[in-house]
Write a protein that binds this ligand. Structure first.
Ligand SMILES: [Zn+2]
Length: 606
């Protein structure tokens, strides 16, 4: 062990130099801002031998270096201006903690806390103190994380930034302590918490005490969450080991930088265990997004904006202010619905409407979402298995009011339909919806759902992963959320797959939408033993908006003068906007217990 440590020091004392000649042309004015090491030299003694950690010479802006992704020569200045990404290939370099703070916090707003902490060496591990001392002097950091209060586009936040240069940003006692204290302070002061994660894992020199930091940070985050506060985790390259298995994966929202390595076990350990080479892209951000563990991959140019928007959308104070405004100005803004439930033209048959509801020309959920809401930000994944394209969900604003939007999404053509699975959700889709519903409830955001599905996907994999359980859980949780829920059936409302998003205070249907226990074809084949009798079945099933309104299954009809299409969508969206506004103005005037009771009674009486 000690041998390894000494070997490590010997390597460190040789400063890595780019393997091409630097062209010095100017006076060294600016401090080097390269992603590589920098800082002053330090002398240390290990095992009776003296070592010097040499400083990296300050690199002027107009010097070239070699990109370690594409191998091309790049100008320092260009790298810095490009947010520490290669101007040639776009590769992401690691960023020093204080540079990261500069990139995210409003200028001059960062107020560091716990800048220094007394050194601890729980195992009295030989040479550890010296190693930490070298790091401190070399990088001008006290530990592998920097924490402090700041503002992000004016929004107050607690910010923690890990720095991978400092013993691979491994989580020793002081790293855990700094993060825990920042989290506790955020809880006390009612601040959202942002952690930029990167880590090689536990800090071996601190043994079991390092392991305990996983529990300590997680426990502090639980209290922060229970206080109704937002935590956003941003995963950067690399985030592995104990950090991945604790605070990194506990964000209400988890963002990642492109192509970052994120995993529990390191790739080398996995390869040695399974004796196979891992495929390209394994354990990268994109892989995690696909597997449901990351909400979104966000480039450096957008991170500040995205963080500020997330903070605003999860600010309970702001949400409750907006709700009050809706109650006060709702009628003036959206009119009074009164008893007008809307009506359907009586000339069309149920079978006609079945055909219209399935038409490829009909607008899909996202077409309405982009016209009705502002700033829709899609959030991905069920945090367990995958990200289902058949369900989209996220946060948005409706006339300044933060809302959660969840929708079943069909494709417009074959390519889109393959991605969307023809609007037939899998269990992971419902579990994503469930996650977003709970989050809406935690932060007090009303939920607006759009229903458009032939039914839940009836494949083998769906059964293996518990389709029934996933749908049941949605009904269960939706019935209990304390925020208002509005569902709009825009085209097809097929069976339990539709109901999973429709346990709402109010269900509206577009005039030509249908909502049924199963498809008329399925109904006919069960009851008439002949799927060809679907037309006949549709006439007795009571599946049209007018029939469901009279049954009390839905609360209102949105008329379609001509069947909905991309030509009429603007008018329909305006109508939906008004109905959503009226709904929110009415529901936000109610106590949460009344909202709950209203929803319960509605289904209790059916
Ligand atoms: Zn490059």
């Amino acid at each position: 062990m000690l041998k390894d440590l000494i070997k490590q020091y010997r390597t460190e004392k040789t400063v890595k130099k780019p393997n091409f000649s630097r062209i010095k042309t100017g006076v060294n004015e600016a401090k080097a801002v390269m992603p590589e090491d920098e800082g002053a030299s330090a002398k240390v003694k290990i095992g009776g031998k003296s070592y010097t950690a040499l400083p990296v010479p300050e690199v002027p802006d107009d010097c070239y270096r070699k990109c370690n992704f594409c191998g091309k020569a790049i100008l320092n200045m260009d790298v810095r201006k490009n947010l520490y990404r290669c101007p040639k290939c776009g590769g992401y370099f690691r960023v020093h903690a204080y540079r990261r703070v500069e990139m995210i916090a409003d200028e001059g707003s960062f107020e560091e806390i716990n800048k220094t902490m007394p050194f601890v060496n729980p195992l009295s591990f030989p040479g550890y103190e010296n190693k930490v001392q070298v790091m401190k002097e070399k990088y001008g950091l006290d530990e592998a994380v920097v924490t402090g209060r700041c503002r992000i586009q004016g929004e107050k936040a607690m910010l923690c930034v890990c720095d991978s240069r400092f013993i691979m940003s491994s989580m020793g006692h002081n790293v855990g302590e700094k993060i825990t204290e920042a989290t506790e302070l955020a809880t006390k002061e009612g601040l959202p918490l942002i952690i930029y994660c990167c880590s090689g894992g536990a800090r071996m020199q601190e043994g079991i005490v390092s392991l305990m930091q996983m529990a300590k940070t997680s426990a502090a985050l639980k209290r922060h969450h229970d206080a109704g506060l937002l935590y956003v985790s941003v995963l950067t390259n690399p985030t592995t080991g104990g950090v991945t298995a604790s605070f990194a994966m506990l964000g209400d929202v988890i963002l990642a930088e492109p192509k970052a390595l994120i995993g529990f076990a390191g790739p080398r350990v996995i390869e040695q265990t399974i004796r196979q080479k891992l495929p390209e892209g394994f354990q990268r951000s994109e892989f995690l997004l696909e597997h449901g563990f990351v909400d979104e991959i966000v480039g450096r140019e957008d991170q500040k904006e995205v963080l500020a928007r997330l903070i605003r959308a999860h600010d309970r104070g702001r949400i409750s202010e907006a709700a009050k405004r809706f109650v006060k100005e709702g009628t003036a803004l959206f009119g009074n619905a009164g008893d007008n439930k809307g009506a359907a033209d009586e000339s069309g048959s149920a079978w006609d409407r079945v055909q219209i509801s399935r038409s490829a020309e009909r607008p899909k959920a996202l077409d309405y979402i982009e016209r009705i809401f502002d700033q829709f930000m899609e959030l991905h994944g069920d945090r367990a298995y995958g990200d289902d394209g058949a369900i989209v969900g996220g946060i948005a604003e409706f006339c300044g009011m933060p809302v959660t939007v969840i929708a079943e999404q069909k494709g417009r053509n074959m390519k889109e339909n393959l991605k969307r699975n023809f609007g037939m959700p899998s269990p992971e889709g419902y579990r994503k919806a469930l996650r977003l519903m709970k989050q809406a409830d935690d932060f007090g955001r009303p939920i607006i759902c759009f229903v458009d599905t032939p039914g839940a996907y009836p494949g083998m994999e769906s059964e293996e992963r518990g389709q029934g359980e996933a749908i049941a859980r949605c009904l269960y949780e939706l019935s209990g959320v304390k925020v208002p829920v509005l569902s709009i059936v825009i085209s097809e409302g097929g069976s339990g797959g539709a109901l999973a998003l429709a346990v709402a205070n109010e269900v509206l249907m577009l005039e030509n939408a249908v909502y049924s226990i199963l498809s008329p074809e399925g109904f006919a084949s069960i009851l008439y033993k002949d799927a060809k009798k679907a037309k006949e079945a549709s006439e007795v099933m009571k599946i049209t908006a007018a029939e469901l309104l009279s049954l009390g299954v839905i609360e209102g009809i949105i008329p379609e003068e001509t069947p909905a299409s991309m030509d009429t969508i603007d008018g329909l969206s305006a109508e939906l906007r008004q109905r959503i506004g009226q709904f929110l103005a009415r529901e936000e005037a109610m106590e949460p217990s009344e909202v709950l009771e209203e929803r319960y009674s509605k289904f209790r009486n059916l």
